[in-house]
Design a binder for this molecule. Structure first.
Ligand SMILES: [Zn+2]
Length: 536
């Protein structure tokens, strides 16, 4: 007995004090910041982006593996470590099969917003079919670890927070930060006070001006294919009018004032929710939606995109400093990426000599509807084309006694005959059809049975699906939409540049490794071990 016990005692004394996980992890998603945009801007950054790129691990080639590269899908992928085929957040909007109505993917009219009128925007994480990093942290720490998500968009905040975190977002109808009844019964006093100070109103009436001398901006400010939305105009200075067409807060949401508001709220949440204050790790998840709004109006190469990112660079330095102040130096780990990239404005590509084409979903819907009616004798078979999901009305198919598979295949055949379509496939053929173009893995990962469209449609490169007459859009599997930068910084991260391809699904498993909470249940990504230096 004595002989056997000795080695055990010796082993116990040989174990060094265990390095604690960081007290706070900060996840930053910059909405619509593709690798191309980030790499072009990097030499001009002096703030938070620069800190992460110089002192952290920088992966310029992180690729989303799902085909439909949109905001809700991207954020859910970041938080769960898997793709829509498991997490189920396929698109921002979809057609409800029972009603035939187009709805936002995370909307539930039975779950109201706090302090804001009922609307049609997302309210609940209940349709996220996979565990998020926030869920994992809260479960693993038995409720002692906290997770707070902040965004300019509900879909981003909900997807990052999951079920057990807390989601806060800027409500464009009221100019206040709100949550839904899923997370809270009433608004906490500090949020009430933050909102009552009307921080959004300070931005109204104040024009968006250039933050650097004009000579420092690449390209031209005034380009005819940029959008002139919400009374903002196409050129600097952009008036942010109290009387903007539609809603003044929507105009504000397209400017860097949006990123300032989100940062201010996140910094306040650090202290009010007491994040990073003890050895149980906490999570702050911040999504900058205003960058995406500027992208859609003006395109990725615009002065507006450049200026927004320059201003965000400075705001991030403040956010990271506040996080270190809250948790202590050396106790904060940061992961920064984007939910997707973004195509150029198609007319801008065309001007440069590339086959940039603006493809109207409404035109496809009309043409396909007529073609299917001619074949099957039934009007109203097409509900709509939502990004790359083509929805057919299964109620009509069923009422007419049609062969649903035949209708789906006929729809795919008609779409495949359109000159701007690369590939259309009926969902029935997704598992088995020969993958002649290498697009099937991405299409399979984007498809969630019962929620995705009946037919999936990928346009050719440089074709952009958009019913607007100007501005930019994203949502395809091509790399201008799917490739994003990924940066890690903080204790346990080795500085360096990693040119190899990685995936945004790796973010959650990497952070769960650092936080020692186990990976989210459905995660498919891997810890980015080439950037980790873990102490025992
Ligand atoms: Zn987005």
């Amino acid at each position: 007995m004595r002989l056997a016990a000795l080695p055990l005692v010796a082993t116990l004394f040989a174990i060094p004090a265990h390095a604690r996980p960081p007290r706070l992890a900060v996840v930053v998603a910059v909405d619509s910041m593709g690798s191309d945009v980030f790499q072009r801007m990097l030499p001009r950054f002096r703030g938070g982006f620069r800190t992460l790129a110089e002192q952290g691990a920088y992966f310029p080639d992180a690729r989303y593996e799902h085909a439909e590269t949109v905001t809700s899908a991207g954020h859910a992928t970041l938080s769960t470590g898997t793709s829509p085929w498991r997490h189920g957040i396929t698109s921002n909007k979809l057609y409800d099969r029972a009603s035939g109505k187009r709805v936002t993917v995370m909307w539930d009219p039975a779950v109201p917003l706090l302090d804001a009128p009922a609307g049609k925007d997302d309210t609940t994480p209940a349709r996220i079919e996979a565990e998020t990093l926030a869920d994992r942290l809260v479960t693993a720490t038995q409720g002692r670890g906290k997770a707070v998500a902040v965004s300019g968009k509900s879909r981003a905040a909900l997807a990052l927070a999951g079920r057990l975190g807390e989601a806060w977002w800027f409500h464009e109808g009221t100019g206040r930060f709100v949550t839904s009844a899923w997370y809270r019964k009433e608004t906490p006093a500090w949020v009430q006070a933050f909102n009552d100070a009307a921080p959004a109103d300070r931005g109204l009436g104040k024009p968006w001006t250039l933050s650097a001398p004009p000579a420092e901006y690449a390209g031209l400010d005034d380009r005819p294919y940029e959008s002139d939305g919400w009374g903002l105009g196409r050129t600097f200075p952009h008036p942010v009018s109290r009387l903007a067409e539609g809603n003044a807060y929507t105009a504000l949401a397209c400017t860097p004032a949006s990123s300032e508001l989100v940062t201010d709220f996140a910094v306040r949440a650090l202290s009010e929710a007491k994040l990073g204050k003890d050895d149980v790790p906490d999570l702050l998840l911040v999504s900058y939606s205003g960058v995406d709004r500027a992208y859609h109006l003006y395109g990725p190469y615009s002065w507006e995109m450049q200026d927004h990112l320059l201003r965000l660079d400075a705001l991030l330095a403040g956010l990271f400093a506040a996080a270190e102040k809250a948790a202590g130096k050396g106790n904060v780990v940061v992961a920064l990426t984007a939910d997707h990239g973004g195509a150029a404005i198609p007319e801008e590509w065309a001007e440069a000599g590339l086959p940039g084409v603006r493809v109207s979903p409404a035109t496809y819907e009309r043409g396909l509807s007529q073609a299917l009616e001619a074949t099957f004798g039934a009007p109203g078979l097409v509900l709509g084309l939502e990004e790359l999901d083509l929805f057919l009305d299964r109620r009509v198919i069923s009422a007419r006694g049609l062969d649903a598979v035949a209708v789906r295949r006929a729809a795919a055949a008609w779409l495949n005959a359109q000159p701007d379509v690369q590939l259309a496939v009926a969902e029935d053929d997704l598992p088995t059809a020969p993958d002649t173009q290498g697009l099937f893995p991405a299409l399979r990962k984007t498809h969630f049975p019962g929620r995705s469209g009946d037919v999936l449609v990928v346009l050719k490169p440089w074709r952009v699906l958009d019913d607007q007459a100007s501005g930019a859009s994203h949502g395809s599997p091509w790399l201008y939409d799917a490739q994003v930068p990924l940066l890690l910084w903080g204790p346990g991260i080795t500085p360096g540049i990693h040119p190899e391809t990685v995936h945004p699904t790796d973010v959650a498993p990497t952070l769960s490794t650092l936080l020692e909470v186990g990976a989210p249940a459905s995660a498919e990504g891997h810890p980015l071990s080439q950037a980790l230096r873990l102490r025992r």
